[in-house]
Design a protein around this ligand. Structure first.
Ligand code: SF4
Ligand code: SF4
Length: 208
């Protein structure tokens, strides 16, 4: 099971630094969704918004495809789409919007208890400090065989991973997507040290 928490003020400010379409996922709200905080952020950054919507189950690609068809105009008007959901929802929308900047408004945390299919089938390890905003919405922990956060290991050949040659190198995919969206490639940016305490919410010491 996972929960989401809204990102901190500095990250939200960066996310809303352009014409923004903001989408909130209410699919797992019975577990927890920071509804009031998202509402507050949308109000704070209302001048940047071209639109906002609350939708169910962004992690479902078939649902999201239908949502996107209905929002074509808003997508065109926006320079970025900020998604308030777990890391899976953000990545589904990024996949469906290959040339658009897609950003996470939340961090996803693991909580103890029944995990269901989430950790085995989906591309989010609930690390508690979502990196998608610096990796063009492709999770480095799940897309890279070594879970590297600060760039490729250098072992990829023809875009394939040196650990699993049948799969794409996650960092190659991240690079390709930054080229498509016009985002900076991570090694050119500041990378923080990973906070492993965030893996379990009960021992998390920082908010955001
Ligand atoms: S960086 Fe990956 S594992 Fe961490 S919250 Fe984001 S999608 Fe999930
Ligand atoms: S080749 Fe790419 S995906 Fe494989 S371990 Fe190295 S950086 Fe990660």
């Amino acid at each position: 099971m996972l929960v989401t928490r809204i990102k901190n003020e500095a990250e939200l400010k960066e996310a809303f630094s352009g014409r923004t379409l903001a989408i909130s996922c209410h699919g797992c709200r019975e577990v927890f969704f920071p509804e009031d905080q998202v509402e507050k952020a949308l109000n704070q950054y209302r001048n940047c918004l071209v639109g906002a919507a609350s939708l169910d189950y962004l992690c479902r690609e078939d649902f999201s495809q239908v949502y996107l068809q209905k929002m074509e105009n808003l997508i065109t008007q926006s320079s970025r789409v900020v998604i308030f959901s777990c890391g899976v929802g953000v990545q589904v929308w990024a996949k469906l919007l290959p040339g658009k900047i897609v950003l996470a408004g939340c961090n996803s945390f693991n909580i103890n208890g029944f995990q269901g299919l989430t950790p085995t089938r989906w591309n989010c390890h609930q690390c508690g400090e979502c990196w998608l905003n610096t990796t063009a919405a492709i999770c480095p922990l799940t897309a890279c065989s070594k879970g590297l956060l600060n760039g490729p290991c250098g072992g990829a050949k023809n875009g394939k991973c040196e650990v699993h040659p049948s799969v794409d190198c996650g960092w190659h995919l991240i690079y390709e997507r930054t080229q498509a969206t016009g985002q900076k490639f991570l090694p050119a940016q500041k990378v923080a040290v990973r906070d492993y305490r965030r893996l379990v919410t009960g021992t998390t010491t920082r908010e955001g």
